[in-house]
Design a protein around this ligand. Sequence first.
Ligand code: IFG
Length: 510
Amino acid sequence: VQQVDGVWPLPQQLDQSADRNSLSPQRFSFTYGRDSAAQTGCSVLDAAFKRYFSIIFPDFTKGSENGLQYMWSEPQPFVVSVSVKTRGCDGYPDEDSDESYNLSVSEGQAVLRSVTVWGALRGLESFSQLVYQDDYGSYFINKTEIVDFPRFAFRGLLLDTSRHYLPLHAILKTLDAMAYSKFNVFHWHIVDDPSFPYQSRTFPDLSNKGAFHPFTHVYTQSDVMRVIEHARMRGIRVIPEFDSPGHTQSWGKGQPNLLTPCYKGDVPSGSFGPVDPTVDTTYKFMESLLKEVKFVFPDSYVHLGGDEVSFACWQSNPNVRTFMEKMGFGKDFTKLESFYMESIMNMTAALNRTSIVWQDVFDYHERIPQDTVLEIWKGETYQAELSRMTKAGHRVLLSAPWYINHISYGQDWRNSYAVQPQNFSGTEEQKKLVIGGEVAMWGEYVDATNLNPRLWPRACAAAERLWSDEEKTLNADLAFPRLEKFRCELLRRGIQAEPLFVGHCKHEYD
Ligand SMILES: CC(=O)N[C@H]1NC[C@H](CO)[C@H](O)[C@@H]1O
């Protein structure tokens, strides 16, 4: 059995030898190193030990001697000893979490050392990918040395639960698959024009009237807490996005007088536009909503949106025009958008949260708090945008070339793989302001029936770009066999990942 270079994304340093050890589930265990700051009782790692045991040995349940019969030798014990420098088992991963780890696999044992439990999770994932089976089902692992850490700190994946509702299990399964590729941020684009599935405790009518259905197509507070905890156990941050002032049609169903009434001539047309930025009630509403978001979502970042605001409705409304005059904005509606966005970014800062906004906010030359992160999504000229934004001293996230809701025939993972997020004209300081990137799976044509095959393994290409060393991962042809193997591993783990090209897997999806 020739073992293909075994870990996706590629570790910074991976040395594998041909020496192989047999493993037997009966004699395999994860333990805490004597010098580990985390010991039994560490919620994140106790759960990870169980989870990875069943990932590695899916057909074996502890204590059932009906495991694989050994014809020729008494199984050797194999112990994985995990040592973590700082405890922090009950907290949340954040932008500064150290995810580095070292893994040394030798005869009968593996030693995994990391600074935090989040790094230990990354090491356990790599360890799990090193184990393989021969045709008789016996388990093996080769002698291996790994020194690893992520190239970028922010490695995100966006799901849109407004264009189509995604059942909770689909979100949890996506978090599982994200962890397999070492993604560490779940960008939950939770509401938008078509539906408002988030069940707000402050404004219950938002989902009562704005969801596709008030009972079956909502995320209750306990659903949201389950997502956050499931993510935490995998070292994944959850960053919610409440996108405004555009993309808010569903908000108007449950919150009267929030949206701008559009006019036809000098009478309301009956349709509504972006949030009405001219009335105080709007800012009172947004402040209450953001206060709730702060208490429900522990991450110190919140995404405020700010994309695709159409000015036509504002323009048609006489009250808005009066407001523009009063404020001295003249006919420039980007000034009105800026006024609104600056207000809610300042509200967010006052709530001790850092905001992320789409690039439109920057493109409108708005006054943006220096620590606000800008997310690039417009495909045409993202390199120029990277230069402009980092020149202005902002941290940026690159998503534009990773809008994988766009599909085509053939191996389009190669386009994602070819992206170089720091390949733009700028100083080294500017390059450092690229904190990472994000794969987007917008939901116009996606729901639980096609989410997984559309996401996986195509998202894995960006995962390697965001984790691995740039120089060692320049060649998609060299990556292909590794990604093919990883795709088969995803199938074995129950992720319905579509094929990259012609071929087969030992464990086909069933
Ligand atoms: C920031 C952003 O991407 N805004 C919109 N742009 C097109 C997308 C589909 O590709 C979605 O409709 C999304 O809501």
